[in-house]
Design a binder for this molecule. Structure first.
Ligand SMILES: [Zn+2]
Length: 176
């Protein structure tokens, strides 16, 4: 009987793992179908995320020692992260939802695995950001897909760093 239970547990584990891999594959398929001409970062316009933004910003400050400033006004960047200053800068023009997306992306850069190329790092950061937002009940998969359509050469990160991506989401949300 105990052996049967153990078998059952192993089968269930394999099933769950297959589901994770399946999810990553279908997400990748969606991204691959988006033409490069439509790729890019288009922030969501909504101020519905004000409360979530405040909670998230406080969590990032507390757990990673990162401060956030909303003073990036060069017009070409939505955000940036400085490891030496431990500071995330966010574009002035974004509203709450756009800010949340950018902070999640930049905070993911702060804990990214070493040795990634620029494209790989952006696939990492935007995938983590999408999953962080999902934990907050906000679906930004269409935006993330469009952004990652510009990084098709680095989509292997979705599979190669699956465990690290899930770890990063737990770190950034505090939710297991
Ligand atoms: Zn980035």
């Amino acid at each position: 009987m105990r052996q049967f239970m153990r078998m059952l547990a192993i089968v269930a584990m394999m099933y769950i793992m297959a589901m994770f891999v399946g999810c990553a594959r279908s997400f990748e398929q969606k991204i691959l179908k988006i033409p490069l001409s439509q790729a890019g970062f288009v922030p969501t316009c909504s101020d519905q995320a004000e409360g979530t933004l405040r909670t998230f910003e406080a969590h990032v400050g507390r757990t990673l020692g990162i401060t956030v400033t909303y003073d990036l006004a060069d017009g070409s960047h939505a955000g940036g992260y400085s490891p030496s200053l431990r500071r995330i800068q966010v574009a002035t023009k974004l509203d709450a939802m756009g800010r949340l997306e950018v902070i999640a992306h930049e905070a993911a850069h702060a804990i990214q695995p070493p040795g990634l190329s620029r494209s790989e790092a952006d696939v990492w950061a935007d995938t983590v950001a999408m999953k962080v937002c999902k934990r907050f009940g906000i679906d930004i998969e269409p935006q993330t897909s469009r952004y990652l359509a510009g990084q098709k050469q680095a989509l292997h990160i979705l599979h190669d760093y699956q465990a690290e991506i899930e770890w990063a989401v737990v770190v950034l949300t505090g939710v297991r």
